[in-house]
Design a protein around this ligand. Structure first.
Ligand SMILES: [Zn+2]
Length: 53
């Protein structure tokens, strides 16, 4: 999963939760030192928060 802020490879933090119809996963970018969330629906990536540029 690439960071939506800088595009660097980010790693999963292991935090996962349900968000309505979505399965959410938290990732952490070592370059930005900031986490972001990815939302999956039916196993496919829907969007990230913040959104990719
Ligand atoms: Zn980043």
């Amino acid at each position: 999963m690439n960071c939506p802020r800088c595009g660097a490879e980010a790693r999963a933090t292991g935090k996962e939760w349900k968000f309505g119809l979505f399965d959410a996963k938290q990732y952490s970018c070592d370059k930005c030192k900031k986490p972001f969330s990815a939302f999956y629906r039916e196993g496919k990536l829907s969007h990230t928060v913040p959104k990719a540029k």
